[in-house]
Structures are given as C-alpha cells and as structure tokens.
Write a protein that binds this ligand. Structure first.
Ligand code: AHR
Length: 321
C-alpha cells in the first residue's frame, strides 16, 4: 500500500469509528423557544414522538422565549457532548458566537421552523422551515381575491419582533398589498405570537378605528393571535369573519373551530412536524455521512370554510396543540 493510500484508509477508518452504528445511539439536544402558541406546543409534542419512533434520545430545553436561555442550553448541550443540536431560534440575530462553539466541538446544528441571519449560514448543517415570505403572500393573495378590488383597510398583528418568521410574513403580505391599490395596512403592531397580546392589540385597533367600522380585515402572523383578536371583536359587538375578515397562519385546531363557526375565514398551514425531517437528515448524516440540502422546505397550504373545517378540527385536536 502506498503512503497516500494508507493515509486515506486511516482517515476512513477514523471516520467510521466516529460514526454511530445506529440511530438508537444518537442523542439530540433541542433548544425550543417555549410554549407561546398552540403550534409551538404541538411542535414540542410531535418532536418527542418523532424521536421515539426513530429510537433517538431527544433532550428538550424550554427557553421561555428568551434568547439568553437558548444560548445557555446550547452551551450545556455542547458540554454534554450530544451528537446534534436542534435550534428553533427565537430571533434571527446574535447566534454566531455560540454556533461557532458548536462547530468547533464538531456538533452539527439543525435549525427548526425559524431562520438566522445570513452571517450564520456556514454555522449550521441544514434548516427545516417553511418559506415564510410565501406564507405571507398566500395570506395576502387570499384577501385580494376575496375582496375582489373593493377598498379594504387591514390591521396586522405581527409576531415576535426580530423573529425571521415575523419579518418574512410581513414582507410576503406587504408584497401583495403593493400590487393591489385597494388593500391598505392601516395599523400594524406586534402581538408576540400569543393569544393574550393578540386580544389586547386588537382591542386597541378597534378603539382607534371607529369601534372597528374602519377595519375590513385582520391579518395575524399566527392563529393564536387571531383567536385572541376574534374574542376582542366579539366583546366589541362585532361579528368576526363577517363584519371583519380574518386570515392567519399555522392551521391550529382552534382556528378550524372558528372557521367552522363562521368566525374566521382562512389560515395557512405550518406543519408542527419539523423534527421528523430534521431527525432523518441528522441520522443519514451521522450514520452514513450523507450531507443534507441546506434547506428542507415544508409546505404552506391555504385552508378556508370550503375545506370541511370541522373534520380537520376533529383530526388535529389530539396532536398536542
Ligand atoms: O416559528 C413558527 C411560529 O412560531 C408559529 O407560526 C407561531 O405560532 C409560533 O409561535
């Protein structure tokens, strides 16, 4: 054997030794944002069951919506020597230092459901997310089609400030507004992806807009804020879904209940199963050395009253939402 061939054989042997033989030997640390929404609760619960299905040990750290807690959790996963780290980044900036530490420790990182700034692109292996600009555009296009050229004042409930999905869902919706002169976003404020804040902000929008008379539609970056907004509209004597149109994102069971009752009009689905594709990617990477694509995109489907909302509610309600 030549010295070159010997070197290559030694390197291959070292790599084979470093690879776990089976998925059952893998431990993944998941830095989860918290439980701000029904969708988030479902994502946590689906992640656990997807890991169990694949016999992977999943350690979940709940960051209670704080980036500093996520950074601490990642450092703790590195210290524990996990095989991979899943990260649902609460905001898009401020990850470079800690993700460099993971890279130096040779621990692959997979982003789930949210993105980080482009400066961190080399610091993670792959991202399992939807196209959140497209989600905003799907919501906007539904509204443009529904009002069919009539003037429509929209109020917008934004997600967490600095979160990639909030920035992108706004961008996608604004893109449609720019092409439809009859649509106008008259108020836009964060409701932090929670029901309570969605309700509170909607109450202030209703007060500021003639008791709701000047509002034609609400666009919320998630269903939970919309459920809060529906409550606010009802308490103000308005009929949500009729006096004021609604379109939001996630497709959680409660929005299907509202659509079935005629109190909401449309939602864009975000699958809570981000962990399944992420686990498959990490298993193939760790067990066989297969490098996944940089972006594993999930689907964004629109649902309305035409889609048998009661049936969808019944099928989804047991999934941990
Ligand atoms: O990142 C996904 C978003 O986070 C969901 O749309 C929202 O409900 C959650 O809080």
């Amino acid at each position: 054997m030549t010295s070159k061939a010997l070197l290559a054989a030694t390197a291959l042997a070292a790599l084979t030794l470093a690879l776990p033989a089976t998925a059952a030997e893998l431990t993944v640390g998941f830095s989860q944002i918290g439980s701000e929404s029904g969708w988030r609760a479902a994502e946590t619960s689906v992640s656990k069951s997807e890991a169990t299905k694949r016999k992977v040990t999943l350690k979940i750290a709940d960051a209670q919506q704080k980036q500093e807690n996520q950074i601490k959790a990642i450092r703790s996963f590195i210290a524990q020597g996990v095989d991979a780290i899943f990260l649902a980044p609460v905001v898009s900036s401020g990850w470079d230092a800690v993700l460099k530490e993971a890279k130096e420790a040779k621990i692959p990182v997979v982003l789930l459901d949210r993105d980080i700034d482009p400066s961190g692109k080399e610091l993670y292996l792959t991202a399992v997310t939807s196209d959140s600009v497209h989600e905003g555009a799907v919501a906007g296009e539904w509204l443009a089609k529904t009002v069919a050229g009539k003037p429509c004042n929209v109020v917008e409930l934004q997600g967490t400030v600095g979160a990639s999905v909030a920035t992108n869902r706004k961008k996608g919706f604004d893109g449609v507004v720019a092409k439809n002169a009859n649509l106008k976003v008259v108020r836009s404020q964060t409701g932090d992806f929670t029901r309570a804040k969605g309700k509170e902000v909607m109450e202030s929008f209703i007060k500021a807009e003639g008791g709701g008379k000047n509002i034609c539609a609400v666009y919320a970056h998630n269903d939970d804020m919309m459920v809060g907004a529906i409550q606010a509209m009802k308490e103000a004597g308005l009929k949500p879904g009729k006096d004021i149109l609604t379109v939001s994102i996630d497709a959680v069971p409660d929005i299907f209940k509202a659509i079935a009752a005629g109190e909401a009009n449309a939602t864009v689905e975000l699958t809570p199963n981000m962990a399944g594709p992420a686990l498959d990617a990490i298993m193939a990477y760790k067990v066989k050395g297969t490098v996944p694509p940089k972006w594993i995109q999930t689907e964004s489907k629109l649902y309305t009253a035409a889609d048998d909302p009661q049936k969808i509610y019944d099928s989804k309600k047991g999934l941990g939402y």
